[in-house]
Design a protein around this ligand. Structure first.
Ligand SMILES: [Fe+2]
Ligand SMILES: [Fe+2]
Length: 292
């Protein structure tokens, strides 16, 4: 069994809510997840001191963490920095690795940077990176539960009909599905929602569950989560996965379950990614350096 706490959009800076952030630490202490996935937008304006505050807070989480950058972690107004070193402040003040990997004997979690280059708000996954990711996942032992963590969304939120999805979202979901990804964790929209690859891009395959967290510790909630804070609790069993949306209750000063979703664990046939070995013996290539 594996237990994951998924948080997102903590936005250190003016919108950050320290009391809720303290509540996240208590939640981790109480529930002891195997790891915490933090799907980007650590800061509000990618300022060094905001990254340092985020780093300090993440360091106080007493379990492993897997963090990817979001669009707010690239400078918006510092144009030269944005152009020449968009991830410089992130790397210097938070973490050198933009795409960390977590693995144990039951689970593989892979971070992917979608706050690509000097993009303003939309995200993108490069096709070459997608193929590397798919290869990495497909080469892992079949019994592992496979998670991809990305800031931007591959499916739109239910009440934002005109919102565009991540560039190459369709290709991403197609490859994730083919490679055997079980779960995609994202943020960015500041509201929680859940769907599957087969609802949005039907291919007649085992569905990939696509899960979004609202903003966990900022005042920037949107849609149905305006002025609200949320995160996700995931329990992976041998036969099933249970996802709970958790909401912050200011009067209780804690997160509590808001909804619960049950999915069967999929038993996929051996993958058939073109050109890839199918015996799990592939040598995983190092992640390509993201442009910065
Ligand atoms: Fe955000
Ligand atoms: Fe974002």
């Amino acid at each position: 069994m594996r237990r994951i706490l998924h948080i997102s959009d903590v936005h250190f800076g003016p919108p950050h809510l320290p009391e809720v952030a303290a509540g996240v630490l208590r939640l981790v202490e109480d529930r002891q997840p195997d790891f915490v996935a933090l799907s980007g937008d650590l800061t509000q304006r990618a300022k060094p001191h905001q990254f340092r505050e985020a780093r300090s807070w993440v360091d106080s989480i007493q379990v492993p963490t897997v963090t990817v950058p979001g669009n707010h972690d690239v400078p918006l107004y510092r144009f030269w920095e944005r152009f020449l070193q968009p991830y410089g402040a992130y790397r210097r003040n938070f973490a050198a690795d933009l795409e960390p990997v977590y693995r144990d004997d039951e689970l593989l979690a892979v971070g992917v940077n979608t706050a690509y280059g000097w993009t303003f708000t939309g995200g993108r996954i490069r096709l070459s990176r997608l193929l590397e990711l798919a290869e990495l996942v497909a080469a892992a032992p079949k019994h592992l539960f496979k998670v991809v963590i990305a800031h931007h969304h591959v499916i739109p939120p239910p009440n934002f009909g005109t919102q565009r999805v991540l560039i190459n979202a369709y290709e991403a979901v197609d490859l994730f599905s083919e490679a055997g990804v079980d779960l995609v964790l994202s943020g960015h929209h500041h509201q929680a929602y859940i769907g599957s690859s087969e609802e949005f891009y039907p291919k007649g395959r085992a569905p990939v569950v696509i899960l979004h967290s609202g903003t966990t510790t900022s005042s920037r909630g949107r849609g149905g989560e305006r002025d609200k804070n949320s995160c996700n609790w995931i329990e992976v069993e041998e036969q099933s996965m249970v996802v709970s949306h958790l909401r912050w209750h200011p009067e209780l000063r804690r997160f509590a379950e808001h909804s619960r979703h049950l999915y069967p664990r999929q038993r996929r046939d051996p993958y058939t990614l073109e050109g890839l070995p199918v015996d799990g013996s592939a040598t995983v290539p190092p992640a390509a350096e993201s442009a910065d």
